[in-house]
Each structure stands twice: as C-alpha cells, then as structure tokens.
Design a binder for this molecule. Structure first.
Ligand code: AMP
Length: 192
C-alpha cells in the first residue's frame, strides 16, 4: 500500500497517517519529521533547512526529493509507505512519479483532507497547548506568524497538487473537519 496524504498544515495528516501505519504495518514517511531530525542532528541538510523551516517556508525540492528517494529504498518500505507532507509542490509530484517509476513502484491512492482554514489556527493552538501540558517541546514553527506563512505556502504551492492528482485519477477527498475516528473510517472505506 503506497499512499499520499494531502492537506494544509494542521489538517490531521500526521494523525491519520500514524493510525494507518498500525493497521497496514507500513511506515509513515513525514518529510517534516525527517527534516526536524536532520536539524536536531545538525547534519549538512539540517543546517541548510533550519532557517527556512523556522520561517514557515518550503525547503528546496532538491533536498526533499533526495531524502524521500533514499528513505523509500529502506527495507521497512518494502510493503509500502504513507507519505505525509510530501509532495508539497507540483515539481515534487513530478519528481515522485519519476522516482517511483524508476523503482518499479506505483501509488495506490492520494487522500486529501479538506478543512476549514479558520479552524486550523485553533487546531494549531490546541496542539501547542497539549504538547506543553504533556511536557513536550513545541515545534519552532508552531507560532501564529509562521503558521500563517505555512498556510500561504500551502495555498500557493501545494493546493495545485489536488488538480494534478485529480488529473491522474488518483485523488480521493475526505472531510477532515469530522472527528478523528470518522475521518479514519472514511479513509478505510476508500482503501477497502
Ligand atoms: P510539516 O511537519 O510537514 O508541517 O513540515 C514542517 C516544515 O518542514 C515545512 O514548513 C517546511 O519548511 C519543511 N518541509 C516538510 N516537508 C517538505 C516538503 N515536502 N517540501 C519542502 N519543505 C518541506
């Protein structure tokens, strides 16, 4: 099973991807998590990505295409994977198509979580409050200013992917405003 989750920041892509990893026994490949790990380890990629990420802007296609291509080759991806936060631009989607073709792989579905943007800011604030309450570390791009910039980046660069995948016939849309279990059930119906 090879899936892509599309949707603006805070739409619940990470939450749904996590639930599906348990169900299908395939890993969730979050480019955001991979980049944050690179920043934490101060690798060359991490050093290049940090300022861009903190500003809520997109890291270069070249960097993310390479980390995804390497990650897909890992043994735990043999049965499939769930891409969360990638592709984020049409050129990344084109690169992914070529990448999969060269590896002899195909996507099973592209699932878009549709959400109301005003509700996203509240979700982001809740996520920060929950993380603080649990004693966790708040992401450095989880603040209203960077979040608004991430939404703008989404509208300008990522939203056109819906049209791209509608064109390939792979796009499935789910109402991401419903509660978590309902969203999961809708996704499972699509994948059944
Ligand atoms: P996320 O955890 O998916 O919200 O990603 C956090 C940040 O990582 C984004 O705001 C970008 O700066 C960067 N990032 C994650 N995935 C990508 C991607 N596919 N292309 C470019 N930048 C990305």
């Amino acid at each position: 099973m090879r899936l892509i989750f599309l949707g603006p920041p805070g739409a619940g892509k990470g939450t749904q991807a996590k639930l599906l990893t348990e169900r299908y026994g395939i890993p969730q490949l979050s480019t955001g998590d991979m980049l944050r790990a690179a920043v934490a380890q101060a690798t060359e990629v991490g050093k290049r990505a940090k300022a861009v990420m903190d500003a809520g802007q997109l890291v270069s296609d070249e960097i993310v295409n390479e980390i995804v291509s390497d990650r897909i080759d890992a043994p735990d991806c043999a049965k499939g994977f769930i891409l969360d936060g990638y592709p984020r631009t049409v050129p990344q989607a084109v690169a992914l198509d070529l990448m999969l073709e060269s590896k002899g792989l195909k996507l099973d579905a592209v699932i878009e979580l549709k959400v109301d943007e005003a509700a996203l800011v509240r979700r982001m604030e809740n996520r920060v409050a929950e993380t603080v309450a649990a004693g966790g570390t708040v992401r450095s791009d989880d603040n209203p200013e960077a979040f608004k910039r991430r939404l703008t980046e989404y509208r300008e660069k990522t939203a056109p992917l819906s049209e791209y995948y509608a064109g390939t016939g792979q796009l499935k849309t789910v109402d991401g405003m419903a509660d978590v279990n309902t969203v999961t059930a809708e996704i499972e119906k699509i994948l059944a």
